[in-house]
Design a protein. Structure first.
Length: 256
């Protein structure tokens, strides 16, 4: 865990004050309640207002309320909650069909975060958990999500130099990864074989929102003792079907 930035903590303290009372405050009230220097509060409030996190209250000079940016952040958080809940239901349906472990994941920076997971019914299965974070390039869901990015966005997210390795099969070359992502983009399907876990392979399909943007990926993971070319094709069809169902639940009416 890195060092906390005092200015950011103070700005967040200010925003959280607006959760109390009638939701409006003046700079002097903020100064008094947080015991901060007046100039510090003035600078922070000015910055928050310039970024639309705070807005002046009409007909109440000197008073502020939360701005539209906080609403946008809250709405995005709510969307993620909906995605997690719907993803869990669809993952359960897919898992009941194939008996294997099913995940739904989203992209954060260069990592994937699993927001839904249903375990395999088999005695031999992979060990994972919702909330786990892994390097995106080592996973099928991550490749699917990275393939949805523009070249510019992909360049921003990937670390400089060699990529992190999780197993001997992990892709560590950025150029090799870009070649794989081009294939994923063309096929609309991603896979990985023992790249994040030496005993597990996986196949994933894209989940789209109402606007058609890829917002998540759904995967089926299988221990190598049950993995074969035929099984991969079978599970790929289930992953696509599940991802399409989840996309429809999110308001997407096309097909991936």
């Amino acid at each position: 865990m890195g060092r906390r930035v005092p200015a950011v903590s103070r700005a967040l303290d200010i925003l959280e004050l607006f959760l109390e009372g009638d939701g409006t405050l003046s700079a002097p009230e903020i100064t008094r309640r947080l015991q901060l220097p007046r100039t510090t509060v003035h600078e922070l409030v000015t910055t928050l207002a310039a970024r639309s996190y705070l807005v002046p209250v009409p007909e109440q000079p000197g008073r502020f309320r939360l701005g539209v940016r906080t609403y946008q952040l809250g709405s995005r958080y709510a969307e993620q909650l909906d995605l997690a809940a719907e993803g869990q239901q669809v993952a359960r349906s897919v898992a009941e069909t194939c008996g294997e472990t099913v995940h739904v994941a989203v992209l954060e920076d260069a990592d994937v975060i699993y927001i839904a997971k249903v375990d395999s019914t088999h005695a031999v299965r992979m060990v994972s958990a919702a909330g786990r974070r892994l390097p995106a390039h080592c996973t099928a869901v991550g490749k699917m999500l990275l393939a949805s990015l523009s070249d510019e966005e992909l360049h921003k997210r990937l670390p400089e130099g060699e990529l992190p390795r999780m197993t001997p099969n992990s892709i560590t070359s950025p150029s090799a990864l870009r070649e794989v992502l081009a294939e994923v983009r063309e096929r609309g399907l991603a896979s990985e074989q023992r790249e994040s876990n030496p005993d597990v392979s996986c196949v994933a399909a894209p989940v789209r929102d109402r606007a058609g943007s890829v917002v998540a990926a759904l995967s089926v993971s299988v221990p190598m003792i049950r993995w074969s070319a035929d099984r991969q094709r079978e599970l790929a069809e289930l992953a696509v079907k599940g991802a399409n169902e989840l996309s429809e639940r999110l308001g997407h009416h096309g097909r991936g």
